[in-house]
Design a protein around this ligand. Sequence first.
Ligand code: HEC
Length: 269
Amino acid sequence: MKMTRIFAAAIAALGFAGTTLAAEGEQYPPKEHHWHQDGPFGTYDRQAVQRGYQVYQEVCASCHSMDLMRFRNLAQRGGPFEEEAFPNPNDNPIVMQIAASYTRVWDRDEINDDGDPVERAGLPSDPFPAPFPNVQMARASNGGAYPPDLSLIVKARTGGENYIYSLLTGYYDAPEDSHLAPGMYYNPYFAGGAIAMAPPLAEGIIEYADGTEATVEQMAEDVTTFLSWAGDPHMETRKQMGVMVLLFLLIFAILVYLAYRQVWANVKH
Ligand code: HEC
């Protein structure tokens, strides 16, 4: 008797907690979006990855680092600037040009004859430059919130590409009854509904190198595709390998069947 009462109380408490949570910050499920890289044969849309890099570089890179990326990764096999003529990514002219457009101290251990750290133009082997020298400064510049590193963000969030896309296109006017703290923005796709990142995308803020119209949806899709590639650059090779393995198994199965027929051919059933 006593047990059932405790049990009932626990159920009631759980239900109560559930309703208050839902009321405080209802999180929308991510939008369903079609991705070129979906499915067992899906590949990255190379043009989208290129445009997405442009969005990252011109918009997101002022707040978000991508510590696991080096310039030459952009020209590696399957990368956005891969060129047949330059199998070695370190020789890729586009990537050399991108890297060289950044001048800074790349390595505190590179010292000149006067004992000062060397400031020089970037090389393909240098990492993507981080916008802030440390976490504290990143927080101080963003109202206390830390813009996470984007190298693996698509893998790191439930919902993957759909979540990132929804977040970037999910800023709406806050409902009347929401109490947004100063510096927070209403985005129901973010857990809790209030995010410290101001809407980063707006129609036409960049001019695409390939002439594509820069709508918010287009930029969100492109930068998500780029981040997806960055977090899993070997996906295409892996999928190709999967197809080869299945093909091998199929041929092997046929051979085994024929061998079986051969072996039993003269046996009376
Ligand atoms: C002005 C600085 C700024 C810019 C520009 C910016 N962000 Fe952010 N971003 C932030 C901050 C700050 C947070 C942390 C928000 C929080 O925790 O409330 C964040 C969080 C995020 C998150 C993580 C959300 C989560 O689930 O934790 C993603 C993904 C993201 N940004 C993507 C982007 C992309 C893509 C761009 C470029 C289109 C971009 N951001 C541009 C400041 C910025």
